[in-house]
Write a protein that binds this ligand. Structure first.
Ligand code: NAD
Ligand code: 6OD
Length: 491
């Protein structure tokens, strides 16, 4: 039996309810919305539509849960629960990957190998990290000793995007729980299924009732804004679009919530002539089109040194044409469907704009032939645009890249930095001095040399400029999810 039939026989889409104070519940007014499979355009199920009333209940449960028994657990006990969550995710890896593929339209294989595996690792990593953490202490002559203690922040609101749903939700939830907080989570409206299963997993792993709460719904005037406005939510961690970050900041201002932001990007992929082109092409295919280009870190602005521009383009276009686009559950599918009809229209409007701006579409730019249903867009490579074209400057968040030639290091650094984003950059060169020199001048929070999306969860992750506020990962996550108090003892 083919993998597709095997998985789809075992896993059916689920209806999604809120999870509040340890129980799955409907919305008070029983309102729901359709959950649509972007690969088939069919309605897969219903999602409870939450708003202010459900968020009020969830926040009250989370606030109450701060009193105990969560706060009284030893480090070893809390770490054990986190580890068990990671284990349970792995036990259900195929089911979760199938649900993620149905919700997002991404290839099942990618969901299996990246999204869900990493979601489990997020818990395993922070379970271990928690047990090895120390705090600062200073002896001041014979006068005093100073030491700091970490305490939970309180109730943390988590607002999540749809592109890597469980990976990014758990990237927040694991350190949030490790630091002893309670949570009210809102998954993106397009991708509610894996978060719904995670709630059950957390309960089974021993997370006390009220510690994690989940409210489904939309952003503005809905569950999202209710979280950001709620006076008993102490902090909000948000991953999503830059302009949504701005709206959340406004909503959170009256109650001065602590904010952590992972926002958009328009990331340069800079290819110098001395790099190993086969390696460049292999990775650039991923950094351009992985997850349909719906990764904040995708290198959608490709700059190639003139000496290798033509040879790079020939190979890149040829390899891109080989990527199989289609059914997320076919084993060899590399590019699935984009998330929604609205997004499909938006990405296509950028391709149209590129044509109007005088760009050449070297490959892609249309739907794949023979597929009538589903929000599919062929991987698209655009050349012939200048540095000020909108397709070169704005985040498209789809399988669309622009390629521009450059002559000098100075010129490419200037173009790479000429943006209000500053999330990630990849630099390809075999010249060690140049790698350091360019990396130090690039205005981005994450810079890879001769690789892309190579992660170590201890490292600071986040964006400069309008790509984010703060950093996540290792101690940086704990710095966000805890309050430090300094205690001074006079000797
Ligand atoms: P989005 O901003 O539209 O939505 C994200 C979440 O915010 C959703 O849950 C949505 O319901 C909620 N939301 C929307 N408006 C809100 C409001 N006014 N108040 C409260 N909540 C609100 O983003 P998206 O389309 O889901 O995700 C794509 C974007 O996310 C891209 O810009 C991408 O670059 C960015 N992203 C960044 C990172 C990162 O680590 N920097 C990671 C993933 C995605
Ligand atoms: O890998 C991660 O930890 C992470 N936050 C990835 C974000 C990807 C954005 O789409």
């Amino acid at each position: 039996m083919k993998v597709k039939e095997k998985i789809l026989q075992k896993v059916q889409p689920i209806n999604c309810r809120h999870f509040i104070d340890g129980k799955y519940v409907d919305s008070i007014n029983l309102k729901t919305f359709d959950n649509i499979n972007p690969a088939t355009e069919e309605v897969m199920g219903q999602v409870a539509e939450g708003g202010k009333e459900e968020v009020d209940l969830a926040v009250a449960a989370a606030k109450n849960a701060l009193k105990g028994p969560w706060k009284d657990l030893s480090i070893r006990e809390r770490s054990g629960i986190l580890r068990r969550i990671g284990d349970l995710i792995l036990e259900r890896v195929e089911e979760l990957a199938a649900l993620e593929a149905m919700d997002t339209g991404k290839p099942y294989q990618m969901a299996l190998e990246i999204d869900i595996t990493r979601a489990a690792y997020n818990f395993h990593f922070f379970a271990d990290y928690l047990t090895s953490m120390g705090t600062e202490a200073y002896q001041q002559d014979q006068t005093a000793i100073h030491y700091s203690i970490r305490r939970p922040l309180g109730v943390v609101g988590m607002i999540n995007p749809w592109n890597l749903p469980l990976l990014l939700l758990t990237w927040k939830l694991a350190p949030c729980l490790a630091a002893g907080n309670t949570a009210v989570m809102k998954p993106a409206e397009w991708t509610p299924m894996t978060a719904t299963v995670l709630a059950e997993i957390c309960k089974e792993a021993g997370v006390p009732d009220g510690v994690i709460n989940l409210v489904h719904g939309f952003g503005p005037d809905s569950a999202g804004s209710a979280i950001t406005e709620h006076p008993d939510v102490d902090a909000v961690t948000f991953t999503g679009e830059t302009k949504t970050g701005s709206a959340i900041m406004k909503a959170a201002a009256p109650t001065l919530k602590k904010l952590s932001y992972e926002l958009g990007g328009k990331n340069p992929n800079i290819i110098f002539a001395d790099s190993d082109l086969d390696e460049v092409i292999e990775t650039t295919l991923k950094s351009s089109f992985m997850n349909q280009g719906e990764v904040c870190l995708c290198g959608s602005r490709i700059y190639v040194e003139c000496a290798v521009y033509e040879v790079f383009l020939d190979k890149f276009v040829a390899e891109t044409k080989k990527l199989k686009v289609g059914d997320p559950f076919e084993e060899d599918t590399k590019v699935g469907a984009v998330i929604s009809k609205e997004h499909y229209t938006r990405v296509n409007s950028y391709i149209e704009l590129a044509r109007e701006e005088g760009g050449d579409i070297l490959t892609g730019g249309t739907r794949p032939e023979g597929i009538d249903k589903g929000f599919y867009i062929l991987p698209t490579i655009i050349t012939g645009l200048g540095p000020h074209a909108r397709c070169v400057r704005e985040e498209i968040f789809g399988p669309v890249v622009t390629v521009l030639p450059f002559d000098t290091e100075e010129e490419v650094i200037e173009q790479a930095n000429d943006t209000h984003y500053g999330l990630g950059t990849t630099i390809w060169t075999n010249d060690l001095r140049r790698a350091h020199r360019v990396a130090h001048q690039i205005e981005a929070g994450i810079i890879w040399v001769n690789t892309w999306y190579l992660r170590d969860l201890r490292t600071p992750f986040g964006g400069m400029k309008q790509s984010g506020i703060g950093r996540e990962g290792g101690i940086h996550s704990f710095d966000f999810y805890s309050e430090l108090s300094n205690i001074t003892i006079k000797l």
